[in-house]
Design a protein around this ligand. Structure first.
Ligand SMILES: [Zn+2]
Length: 189
């Protein structure tokens, strides 16, 4: 189901009234529509299946299935506890089984799963699960590094803090493999 924008508009007008503002004053007149449009974008992934991006993997063929690592995929999500954005980078690694997939498809999996109310920990696991299910690789490692609006702008106001989460599957869950990939990721900045 697509996001119900008129319903969001009504709710935003109500929030404006609840903070003591006049939703009808000129500066705020279009705010409910703007917020509704932003929410439609933030939550577009609710109506999408991340596995759709992995439907046409390419056979590895003669090539050996060595490690594939896509670093520094920028993503934006919304924390489900506060509905505030969190922004960061994703690094995806997999050891191919019989198939590989275009690199843009990997980024699309992140985009779809991030465009939902999320927790960073769960988002990390869901990306790993989608890659595991869609590509049947020998191993998967996902690392997310993100800065949370609910930490940087309110409460603790830790402006420079970031949160790193990791999920691994199969051969890439082995400590030696993880160390190698984390060293490669660390060299990206
Ligand atoms: Zn939060």
């Amino acid at each position: 189901m697509a996001v119900d924008q008129p319903r969001i508009e009504a709710a935003v007008a109500e929030i404006l009234a609840a903070i003591g503002e006049d939703p009808a004053r000129p500066g705020l007149g279009s705010t409910p529509q703007r917020v509704a449009a932003a929410y439609a974008e933030f939550f577009a992934g609710l109506a999408q299946d991340p596995l759709d991006h992995l439907r046409d993997p390419v056979p590895v063929g003669d090539r050996t299935g060595e490690l594939v690592l896509l670093r520094d995929i920028e993503f934006r999500s919304v924390c489900e506890h506060h509905l505030l954005p969190f922004l960061g980078t994703a690094h995806l690694a997999y050891l191919p089984g019989d198939h590989v997939v275009g690199l843009g498809k990997l980024a699309a999996v992140v985009e779809t799963l991030a465009a939902r109310p999320q927790l960073q920990e769960r988002l990390t696991e869901e990306i790993a699960d989608a890659l595991q299910t869609g590509l049947a690789p020998r191993g998967v490692l996902v690392v997310l590094d993100a800065s949370h609006g609910c930490v940087t702008t309110r409460g603790p106001r830790q402006v420079h803090s970031s949160t790193v989460t990791m999920a691994s599957r199969g051969e890439l869950a082995l400590p030696v493999a993880r160390s190698e990939i984390i060293a490669l990721i660390g060299g990206s900045k």
